[in-house]
Design a protein. Structure first.
Length: 172
């Protein structure tokens, strides 16, 4: 798998912004391992405030709790890099922001911090739309160094949100 370049990330952000703007919807983000990179890619676009107004960088577990309402017991039981926590992050972002869609990411970008159960490159993603009872989530094991893992996390999060919007549009 090749690492997504800046032009790829910009193209995904542009397509996402156009799609959200066309249907009058908004997006919120909750980022851990990407440290705000998703929000940066989105706000690089002029006019993005029309569809993106809220992003939380919740790198520390205490931030996940304070900003997004993730229960400390959930983090303690499953770890910050888990389906349970990333889904709670997405739900928290949706509730706190009032947005129509939320995406959340939490992972081990490296070079340290990995375990046999969650090696470096393990990233959990979650996406949730207003009105959905629960977030949809997925785990990926991404190759490469810290930069490559984080960059691919941004690309995958945006690409999958676009796919979800497409699927919702087809079922509407």
């Amino acid at each position: 798998m090749s690492t997504a370049d800046d032009a790829t990330l910009q193209a995904l952000a542009h397509e996402l912004g156009a799609r959200l703007l066309a249907c009058g919807q908004t997006l919120a983000t909750a980022e851990s391992c990407t440290g705000g990179w998703i929000g940066k890619v989105l706000t690089d676009l002029p006019g993005s405030s029309a569809w993106f107004g809220w992003g939380a960088i919740s790198y520390a577990n205490t931030a996940k709790t304070a900003l997004l309402g993730v229960p400390p017991a959930l983090i303690e039981r499953h770890g910050a890099v888990s389906r349970e926590v990333v889904e709670a992050m997405a739900t928290g972002a949706l509730m706190a922001s009032g947005a129509d869609h939320a995406l959340a990411v939490s992972g081990v970008a490296g070079p340290a911090g990995g375990t046999p159960e969650k090696p470096v490159g393990t990233v959990w993603f979650a996406w949730q739309a207003r009105g959905e009872a629960q977030a949809c989530s997925a785990c990926r094991r991404l190759p490469g160094d810290r930069e490559a893992v984080r960059r691919e996390t941004v690309r995958h999060a945006l690409a999958q949100l676009l796919e979800r919007l497409d699927a919702r549009g087809r079922s509407a």
